[in-house]
Design a protein around this ligand. Sequence first.
Ligand SMILES: Cc1cc2nc3c(=O)[nH]c(=O)nc-3n(C[C@H](O)[C@H](O)[C@H](O)COP(=O)(O)OP(=O)(O)OC[C@H]3O[C@@H](n4cnc5c(N)ncnc54)[C@H](O)[C@@H]3O)c2cc1C
Length: 407
Amino acid sequence: MPIGFELAPDVEDVRQRVREFMDKEVRPVDEKLSEEHADRGAYVQAIVALRKKAREAGLWNPHLPPEWSGMGLGPVGMAFVSAEAGRTTIGPFVINAQAPDEGNMHTLHHWGTTEQKEKYLRPLAEGLCRSAFAMTEPEVAGSDPTLIQTTAVKDGDDWVLNGHKWFASGAHGARFAIVIACTDPDADPPQARNSSFIVDTPTEGWEIVRDVETMAGPANHPEIRLTNVRIPAENMLGGRGEGHRLGQYRLGPARLAHCMRWIGNAEVALEMMVDRALKRYAHGSFLAEKQAIQWMMAESAMELYTGKLMVLHAAYKIENGLPFKQEVSMTKVHVANTLWRIIDRAIQVHGALGYSTDTPLERMMRTARAARLADGADEVHMQTIARNIISAFKKDGNTRAATGELL
Ligand SMILES: Cc1cc2nc3c(=O)[nH]c(=O)nc-3n(C[C@H](O)[C@H](O)[C@H](O)COP(=O)(O)OP(=O)(O)OC[C@H]3O[C@@H](n4cnc5c(N)ncnc54)[C@H](O)[C@@H]3O)c2cc1C
């Protein structure tokens, strides 16, 4: 069977159009905003104006089908779009494919009832509101959702939620949140203990305690207390006990979507590294002529290339209904660490300038650190990867099934 790396003409066309739009329309605004250290108001205004242009250019909701005002791209097409958008800070917002809304849209599209889709997916798809996803809790390991302590108890036709969440990205200003809560504490297996609910926000008993300050500043990752939050039974998303499954369904493609954006981000860092090395002169030659610097470039290029192949292969598997969890876990760990290392090397090549706040690199590095934690810490993914390797070996006497099933 031949292996083709050519893009379908429609995907190539979309890639070119997104690239052009990002270069011409988004990047100049992105650079201006970061130069001016713009406040949130300026960001919002700029994004609103650019969103209008993106819609007019037919670059809106790349991940949704046309009946939801989308471009109907599958995961492979999305890899190209997200990598282009990920080259700027605001690019994903401009085309309405930002986290956590993109993942929530996928989830609602797949799991929502007709009524839930009209009420929650429609305004999200039209860019009229934002949403959040609240699973992680401060008291118990986010890595193990079977420990979730937030409870949902049936009371008449309603569910009553009590608990404590944090890092619910985007919750401040969101119109609703998908909340994972324990409905069946004695269920066996423990993965069947949780259910998910759509909570209109703000609502009585939904208290944003604070916006958790992070390395990357206040970035809308609030801590939330739920006290007797009452929601109607029809706001359960998916079936009772399916909260874990829904979370896994949501996180698989959402993790890969992060990787796609990080590829774009890492590419920018590598380009900055090369640009600086070509311009900076020391000890008789430009930095780009020195082997130590060339090795940094070469290592970065190899890691980025590997990451791109991994993203595309995992996307291909999702798109074709093949098992993809092992590939997505491997890709997530690899790309998150590649991003970190390439930004670090770019800072090294920039010297003191790299350490300063005069270039975007320091901000990129602070933001990139979260990549190794959010949507599953490295160690948790690596535990899964190793488990799959061991079971493939036990079953087949080799590890091929757990290493991409390629060669
Ligand atoms: C920027 C950012 C945005 C986020 N957005 C959201 C969001 O929108 N919604 C949401 O619900 N959550 C969100 N999170 C939370 C994120 O999903 C959790 O941080 C993640 O699941 C890890 O959980 P934890 O922080 O509780 O760490 P813990 O579970 O306490 O783990 C801490 C460390 O322990 C180690 N560890 C854990 N388990 C194992 C294991 N089995 N083997 C070996 N080592 C292990 C790892 O090194 C891990 O980093 C976000 C986090 C960040 C940083």
